[in-house]
Design a protein around this ligand. Structure first.
Ligand code: RIB
Length: 306
């Protein structure tokens, strides 16, 4: 299989508690359920691309523990090429502690574990995967120097490079803007990158103007129930979100990114690809968990607005 989408990124086991509401600092709340669910932004994006029919490969690391076996197994079950997913001795696999409330909002704490072992050399060693790909996808749950290396290699090879700057706490290196074809932050990430509080389409336009001025070629700000905003040098396009009943928004952004990448890899135009990403993300929020919530190509194509 020649992978058309390559994801450089994280794999986490998500330890998910549901509770009526999220706890305040110092507070204990009583939860209603608990589950361990395969996740991690990188792995979720790879699963989303694979379920949309794109031959997909992952570059990442897990620990040599039971979670690592399960995380790798979850990707293999999707037909994802895991030859570049290493099991690293002496470290734990990445985990995410997640609380989801009755309003389907979440809080997430991640512990990098094996994700911290995704060094530039591992991307270099998997260069054959990058060379054959159409689309490269990165996020920020692996070391920054690795992301920098992958983005630059993707640019040099002429691939379509997508960066989902998540999680982000401050400005991105200036060179990254030039290496990336599509920068895809959500509202809070756009705020962290620009200082513009994004809570409307109009404020998303202001944040996008900032990101374009910083050097981004194309920006897609995902806006949850408000949909997404596409921006490039010629203007803005707002894509309203399909209306659905949200149960759990975990991995909605990852689903958008992976489905968008898969649609680009099969030759769809960017507007069509954004529409595919939006439907996939909307379907994902109707189901609980990260990877279990990600829809198939048939589900996305069969989606009818209720
Ligand atoms: O974006 C959702 C993901 O963020 C979760 O699956 C969790 O692992 C964290 O990485």
């Amino acid at each position: 299989m020649q992978a058309k989408v390559v994801v450089v990124g994280s794999l986490n086991m998500d330890l998910v508690a549901r509770a009526a509401r999220l706890p305040q600092p110092g507070e204990t709340v009583v939860g209603t359920s608990f589950a361990t669910v395969p996740g991690g932004k990188g792995a979720n994006q790879a699963v989303a691309a694979a379920r949309q029919g794109a031959p997909t490969a992952m570059i990442g690391c897990v620990g040599d523990d039971a979670y690592g076996e399960q995380l790798r197994g979850a990707l293999l079950a999707e037909g994802i090429d895991c030859q570049a997913v290493a099991s690293v001795a002496g470290v734990s696999s990445g985990v995410a502690l997640i609380v989801v409330d009755d309003a389907s909002q979440n809080n997430i704490v991640i512990v990098a574990g094996g994700n911290g072992e995704v060094r530039p050399q591992r991307v270099q060693d998997a260069d054959a995967l990058l060379q054959q790909a159409e689309v490269l996808v990165c996020q920020l749950e692996v070391p920054m120097d690795t992301v920098a290396f992958a983005l630059e290699r993707g640019r040099v090879l002429g691939k379509t490079v997508i960066l989902n700057p998540a999680p982000v706490s401050g400005p991105l290196p200036a060179a990254w803007y030039r290496a990336v074809d599509y920068l895809v932050p959500n509202e809070s990430e756009a705020f962290a990158l620009t200082g513009v509080r994004v809570d409307s389409v109009a404020s998303a336009e202001q944040a996008a103007i900032y990101l374009l001025a910083a050097g981004a070629r194309k920006v897609i700000i995902t806006l949850g129930a408000l949909g997404s905003l596409f921006a490039d040098g010629s203007g803005f396009i707002h894509f309203p979100a399909p209306r659905v009943q949200a149960v759990d928004t975990t991995a909605a952004g990852d689903t958008f990114v992976g489905a968008f990448a898969a649609a680009l890899a099969r030759g769809e135009g960017e507007r069509e690809a954004i529409a595919v990403g939006q439907v996939a993300a909307a379907l994902s929020v109707t189901r609980a968990g990260a990877q279990p919530s990600i829809p198939s190509l048939a589900e996305v194509r069969g989606f009818v607005q209720p």
